[in-house]
Design a protein. Structure first.
Length: 379
């Protein structure tokens, strides 16, 4: 039987499995320490009682924290120290806090539980890259917890991220892009000008969704790309400056894009007239590409519209961002210097342009082989 002591002195006993346990109740809350050694148990209990009496957080408090509690504390810290990336972390952290592991005490987590949880996310239809990001979020949260004296099993911290198979991105040829433009115009696609600007500017979709008319000069054929859409909340865009200093630039646009923008602007003005007072004016100026009432698109809405445009044109499915890569590859294929391509891409490093965007073609490889043959023959 446990041996009872005076108030706030705690209760000490040995379990049938040999574990020495010490318990104390303070202000209605029960606290517990344990050890395989009796003297160590007594020392931990004395420290716990001193901490409680001094109104300090007991060293053992972290042992009882659930993943949901730790996630909430970690997000609160992120909101202060990493405000720009906080929305992204929060979107993935909801899988931890509200998922099957949310009520699990962190100190008792096992690698098998985490693996099963991630497998469940994959079975639920989440993309492999999303499952990997959920795992990355979990690791970041748990590593932060370790710094806060929350015990985390080493096996969980060492757990490898789920493998993600390499995705072969589809890049449309210039001929396919031209076909997309023609079919989009025939369909009177409201985002036809967006597809054209993505190609001609090699722009990121977030840059175009945050683009106001005040940053477009149709007379000079120029666009100022200086900000990027983070997300849209009830039609109100939340934007940040461009990804890097080099990504903020003034770019020339050809006559074809200028004509498409003029048509787009005329249709938008007609919608504005029909909406009347319901039209959503934006604090940063009227958006070039709006959802129909002046409000901002969400990223996924434009992505789905692009898929429909590809399907209507009978073209292979690819992301809108892949159109940017296709434009850069086409420039390189047409003989433009790699530095010209980098300037159009607005990358801080030419290595990013070459490694992630520009692709060689079979035709270019054939020309290279013919050139080498010709050089030998001339020698």
């Amino acid at each position: 039987m446990p041996k009872r002591r005076g108030k706030h002195e705690g209760t000490r006993y040995r379990r049938p499995d040999g574990l020495y346990v010490g318990r104390v109740q303070y202000e209605g809350v029960k606290h517990q320490v344990s050890s395989t050694d009796r003297l160590e148990r007594d020392r931990l209990l004395r420290e716990l009682i001193r901490d409680l009496a001094a109104a300090r957080t007991p060293a053992t408090a972290g042992r009882r924290k659930t993943l949901k509690q730790v996630t909430a504390e970690w997000l609160a810290d992120r909101a202060l120290t990493r405000p720009k990336t906080y929305p992204t972390w929060r979107s993935y952290a909801r899988h931890l806090a509200d998922g099957p592991l949310g009520g699990q005490v962190v100190a008792t987590l096992t690698g098998a539980q985490v693996t099963q949880f991630l497998a469940g996310r994959a079975a639920a239809g989440y993309a492999p890259s999303t499952v990997r990001q959920i795992h990355r979020t979990l690791q970041a949260c748990l590593n932060w917890a370790v710094d806060q004296d929350v015990p985390v099993p080493a096996a969980v911290l060492r757990l490898e991220a789920p493998a993600v198979a390499a995705v072969d991105r589809v890049q449309l040829t210039p001929a396919q892009v031209g076909h997309l433009f023609r079919t989009s115009r025939l369909r009177d696609d409201p985002l036809e000008a967006c597809w054209r600007l993505t190609w001609y500017l090699a722009a990121r979709d977030g840059e175009l969704l945050a683009l106001p008319w005040i940053n477009v000069d149709l007379a000079r054929g120029e666009c100022w790309l200086i900000r990027i859409l983070v997300k849209s909340v009830d039609g109100v865009p939340r934007v940040n400056p461009g990804k890097t200093k080099s990504s903020q630039a003034i770019l020339a646009i050809p006559a074809d894009a200028v004509e498409a923008l003029r048509r787009h602007h005329a249709r938008q003005e007609e919608r504005r007239r029909l909406c009347g007072l319901a039209w959503r004016d934006q604090p940063g100026g009227a958006l070039v590409f709006d959802r129909g009432d002046g409000g901002s698109f969400r990223h996924e809405q434009v992505e789905q519209a692009f898929y429909k445009a590809l399907d209507a044109a009978g073209l292979p499915k690819c992301r809108l961002h892949d159109l940017r890569g296709a434009a850069l590859s086409a420039l390189r294929e047409a003989g433009h210097d790699v530095l010209d391509v980098q300037k159009r891409a607005r990358h801080a490093s030419v290595k990013t342009t070459l490694d992630a965007y520009v692709r060689g073609t079979d035709a270019a490889d054939r020309r290279a082989a013919d050139t080498l043959e010709r050089l030998v023959a001339q020698g």
